[in-house]
Design a protein around this ligand. Sequence first.
Ligand SMILES: [Zn+2]
Length: 106
Amino acid sequence: MKIKKNDTVRVVSGNNRGMEGKVLKVLPGTGRIIVEKVNLIKRHTRQTSQSDKGGIIEKEAPVSISNVVLVCPKCGKTTKTGIAKLADGRKVRRCKKCNETLSDET
Ligand SMILES: [Zn+2]
């Protein structure tokens, strides 16, 4: 999986094209992710008590991982990641544009 939680991604196709946000959740096995403030859907909530009036809340719907690209936190560009192996054997993701190490692969 190239995209991980807390990554910043940009949507490159579909209705939300051009939007950027932080990955809140990766949905395992589905190829989908939840991105903060992207692909918001309105959801009606029912009145459950006197104090809770119900109403409409906005909630992120999953987007396909194939519709987003990673935005490098170091250089700020949309990028692809490569895998680099450190001297101690750890694998890390590396930005292919600026060569900065992003985070652990595992
Ligand atoms: Zn970079």
